[in-house]
Design a binder for this molecule. Structure first.
Ligand code: FBP
Length: 564
């Protein structure tokens, strides 16, 4: 098989490891913290997670632990959307297992969680693993979005674990998949299975984070890839000086990706869904805001610009949010009736009768092509598939209409010509940046250490990420600590809380501070492509979000010298 020169070169990249993981696995001990609490709804969650609720935080420290030398049999699952670095999580887990004991074995479940339910797997061995080191994608074993929920699915998963004599299963996924990992860990214990379950924080969306999980893997590579593309478009816009580019960016509900890309590229506008919601902005007000900037730039002779739109925006506009919530409930509660309707016209007539008056009006006002996108199948977790709603096109059509009115009254004197873009899939399978290569390998290795120490119901945690990799801190966080109760598919369910953009947080404040300048004065930054070889500031820089949230950590040795 022919492979690219970069792929060949990346096979030779040795991920940097935290010092604690660099030695022999039997010299790692666990420092066990105090029992933990869930972030909310403690009483309900305690009842639901009788066996796994409230476990302590664990941190790896130097010590002795000959236990890690035992032979282990582990299964691994890639769950949900692709994120750069997944292959390295598996590589870190594989190398850890083999370092602990060369007879340990790793099985990869094919096609996501359904591979566990159906008992479809492949054994990962040296040659197979080596083809995927430091590469993007999830093609090593594939991924999927099946949710292991029903009693039958849990029983089938247990049967697979029993057949393969699995000591543990590692689930590499986002908030929903890690919620699934927590449920599975609990089910396994309550049904007498000794198979442990460990989660790994994956998602380009960057919304699986908290005090102990500083970022999810894939966010770094995805935002750098999109920022390269945005920078290229900015330079084109500033050269041609005749187009407005409306760029929707993946990220589901949270606007972390859009915000990070804005900090990297300084576009004219970056909408932040969480801010739109806080200010209760209607779709009309969002349109007015964009038109005001377009008109002002036109006055300066600049009939061009770049606007970033977070994928989940429509979910945060009050009237749209209400509409989506009603649609979700209706499509779940009256699924039989809804599924019998043939064609959009029949659906629209049925919805006009079943939606509230306000939502029916909102739905009717949408261009039919966009309205249809609101009715597409929900994902297995009951979420509307926001990546399929063409918000960028919707905004262009609303802006066009408004500017035409403004032109008549002399409030807009420029010309408006727009292009729409959607960047999502372009960034999920890029070669992982050095950061993601290192972080993922460390996360995989950490899962091995957690398993070898008998942990279950934990998520692998690697922290202190703005310090050099050898100073990263590794350990485990109880999954129940990150949970609360939320409404899904029409009823209350235990879930890991999504981290949305904090309006009091430093990344958003950095945008706020610069916004007035970026809106009117062309201030674009062109980050260029991800670099894998070269000086630190070119190829090892973490995201702006991480740097602003955590602060830049100096090398410990340098910091100690300065203190003296
Ligand atoms: P995860 O939450 O599973 O990591 O998915 C991330 C994501 O890329 C979202 O940003 C996007 O909305 C969604 O997946 C698209 O899903 P699909 O790959 O099924 O089209």
């Amino acid at each position: 098989m022919k492979i690219s020169a970069l792929q060949t070169a990346r096979y030779g990249y040795a991920p940097k490891l935290p010092a604690i993981l660099a030695g022999n696995p039997d010299s790692i001990a666990l420092e066990v913290g105090k029992p933990t609490q869930s972030i909310a709804d403690q009483t309900e969650l305690k009842k639901l997670f009788e066996n796994t609720y409230g476990k302590p935080l664990v941190t790896f420290v130097k010590g002795k632990n000959p236990e890690v030398k035992k032979t282990l049999r582990v299964g691994v699952i890639l769950s949900g959307g692709q994120a750069a670095g997944g292959h390295n999580v598996i590589a870190g887990l594989y190398d850890g297992l083999k370092k602990g004991n060369a007879s340990s074995r790793l099985f990869g479940f094919l096609g996501g969680p359904s591979g566990l339910v159906e008992g479809s797997y492949v054994e990962i061995k040296d040659r197979f693993m080596d083809q995927y080191r430091n590469t993007g994608g999830f093609d090593i074993i594939g991924s999927g979005r099946t949710k292991i929920e029903s009693d039958e699915q849990v029983a089938a998963s247990m049967a697979t674990a029993k057949k393969l004599k699995l000591d543990a299963i590692v689930i590499i996924g986002g908030d929903d998949s890690n919620t699934n990992a927590a449920l599975l860990a609990e089910h396994f214990i309550s049904k007498g299975s000794s198979t442990q379950v460990i989660g790994v924080p994956k998602t380009i969306d960057g919304d699986l984070k908290n005090a102990m999980i500083e970022t999810s893997f894939g966010f770094d590579t995805a935002t750098k890839t999109y920022s390269e593309l945005i920078g290229n478009i900015e330079r084109d816009a500033n050269s041609a000086k005749k187009y407005w580019h409306f760029i929707k960016l993946m990220g589901r509900s949270a606007s972390h990706i859009a915000l990070e890309c804005a900090l990297q590229t300084q576009p004219n506008v970056c909408l932040i869904s969480e801010e739109v919601e806080a200010n209760k902005m209607t779709l009309g007000q969002v349109t007015d805001y964009l038109c005001a900037i377009i008109a002002k730039r036109a006055e300066n002779g600049e009939n061009f610009g770049v606007i970033l739109i977070p994928e989940g925006l429509v979910e945060f506009i009050p009237e749209m949010k209400r509409l989506i919530a009603e649609l979700n409930d209706l499509m779940a509660d009256k699924a039989d009736e809804f599924n019998k309707l043939s064609g959009f016209d029949a659906q629209a007539t049925w919805l006009a009768k079943n939606l509230s008056k306000a939502s029916a009006k909102t739905f009717k006002a949408l261009p039919p092509a966009i309205a249809q996108q609101f009715l597409m199948d929900r994902d297995p977790h009951g979420n509307v598939q926001v990546s399929r709603i063409e918000t960028e096109k919707l905004l262009i059509s609303l802006v066009e209409a408004k500017l035409a009115t403004m032109k008549k009254t002399g409030k807009f004197k420029g010309v408006f010509s727009a292009y729409n873009h959607f960047f999502g899939y372009e960034g999920r399978c890029a070669f992982p940046s050095n950061f993601d290569s290192d972080y993922c390998y460390a996360l995989g290795y950490t899962s091995f250490v957690l398993i070898a120490n008998g942990c279950t119901g934990y998520i692998s945690s690697v922290r202190n990420l703005t310090a050099p990799a050898n100073e990263w801190i590794a350990g485990g966080v109880p999954l129940t600590m990150m949970m609360n109760m939320e409404r899904r598919h029409g009823s209350k369910k235990p879930v890991i809380r999504k981290a949305l953009v904090e309006l009091e947080g430093k990344p958003f404040k950095a945008l706020l501070k610069n916004r007035p300048t970026w809106e009117l004065k062309t201030s674009y930054i062109y980050p260029g492509a991800i670099q894998y070889y070269g000086p630190d500031e070119v190829c090892n820089e973490p995201t702006q979000t991480l740097l602003l949230e955590r602060g830049r950590k100096k090398k410990a040795a340098v910091a100690a010298k300065k203190k003296k």
